[in-house]
Design a protein around this ligand. Structure first.
Ligand code: SF4
Length: 380
């Protein structure tokens, strides 16, 4: 990789402030938080992208992963409805549009994938004041029974901590009960941005950054791998982003339990933050979306994969992101509610063949994977 990166530094980098960073990448040295800030603040998108592409190729070659998956959101009722001001998904129990699915309703929805057999259920929702742990363990068991071999990636760190409070139990006990029911891995949501000041503005009563990290540490120690995320494009600074990435990287050094990093774009429609700031209709722009992929790839040198979430940033930008450090195009998804409530105009579902076509169109090799990144089918 060193030669490729030095050629990139000579031919592609136009911002001189990035040259020492390119040297560190070429030497295989770890980037500092100041490097991350310089990358976020630079306008040399193509130079940053070329560095991230080299870093990704060194790990994943031309392979791009995707999954035949389905998102399930069992309830949108959430006790933090009035304090996570960036959220468009949550409702109070008696508010218009509030819903909580029965187990039969979840199973009926789980059978609706059109283009391919589901190999992973991705289950996240609100912090319901009354739903007990057994609601989720019953659901995971029923899905594993109805779909033998399927992976279940379920419940963010925030939901796990909420269940531990409701059950008057500990986080490890809740995680063990979920694992025994058939949980395979955990999603990375709820991290937002770890900065205390940012959280005070956008998610005042949510699990603190250190607590989010502690839940994932517990999961990794119990043999439950997880994903990690950062919500960008609201009130955070470049320093907040850099410090967030440093905290993720530190935990990964300790446990090695993160599978993939997913930068998540904030959508400003239908939520209090967007209304207060007058941001309605002003979602993140392509340059920042690509930069978040690329900087994530360069800084998180110990996380194997970087995923682009096409429902948020569009399928076509996600295809371009495959040349900016991303090696994972998410999946078929089937029902995407969280970002569509916030104004996303992308489709809810992507057909299996369309994912393959997008990856091939980027000159890459599509690899269908399971939740743990084991190849299921490779399209040579
Ligand atoms: S972001 Fe999550 S915890 Fe916060 S209100 Fe929305 S659903 Fe609830």
């Amino acid at each position: 990789m060193a030669t490729a990166v030095r050629e990139i530094a000579d031919l592609r980098i136009t911002d001189h402030a990035l040259r020492p960073i390119a040297e560190r990448v070429a030497a295989g040295e770890r980037l500092t938080s100041d490097d991350a800030i310089a990358l976020f603040e630079s306008h040399d998108l193509l130079g940053i992208g070329a560095l991230a592409d080299a870093a990704n190729r060194a790990k994943n070659g031309d392979r791009v992963f995707f999954s035949s998956n389905q998102h399930i959101n069992p309830t949108n009722v959430c006790v933090l409805r009035n304090t996570c001001v960036f959220c468009s998904f949550a409702r109070l129990p008696k508010e218009d549009g509030a819903y909580t699915r029965t187990l039969d309703e979840v199973l009926a929805e789980a059978s609706q994938a059109k283009s391919s057999p589901t190999r992973e259920f991705h289950i996240v929702g609100g912090l319901h004041p009354k739903l007990r742990l057994s609601y989720y363990t019953d659901m995971i068991r029923a899905l594993r029974e109805a779909y033998p071999g399927v992976h279940v990636k379920a419940l963010t760190a925030v939901e796990i901590a909420h269940l531990a409070r409701i059950e008057r139990s500990s986080v490890p006990e809740v995680l063990l009960a979920l694992k025994e029911a058939g949980l395979t891995s955990m999603p990375g949501g709820g991290a937002e941005v770890f900065s205390t000041a940012v959280r005070a503005t956008i998610a005042d009563r949510k699990l603190a950054g250190e607590e989010w990290i502690a839940v994932h540490r517990d999961a990794h120690r119990l043999g439950i791998p997880s994903n990690c995320t950062m919500l960008y494009g609201h009130v955070e600074t470049a320093r907040d982003r850099a410090e967030h990435l440093a905290m993720l990287r530190d935990l990964q050094d300790e446990t090695g339990g993160f599978l993939t990093y997913i930068p998540l774009a904030y959508h400003p429609d239908h939520n209090e933050l967007g209304d207060q700031m007058g941001w309605t209709g002003r979602e993140t722009q392509g340059v920042d979306d690509l930069k978040n992929i690329a900087v994530g790839r360069l800084v998180l040198d110990n996380v194997p994969h970087v995923k682009t979430h096409w429902p948020m940033v569009t399928p076509f930008l996600s295809q371009v992101a495959l040349s900016f450090g991303s090696d994972d195009l998410e999946g078929t998804v089937v029902y995407e509610r969280v970002y569509h409530e916030a104004g996303a105009e992308t489709p809810m579902e992507m057909l299996y063949d369309d994912l393959v076509r997008l990856i091939r169109g980027a000159g890459k090799v599509p690899v269908e994977r399971d939740s743990l990144y084991q190849p299921v089918r490779t399209f040579d």
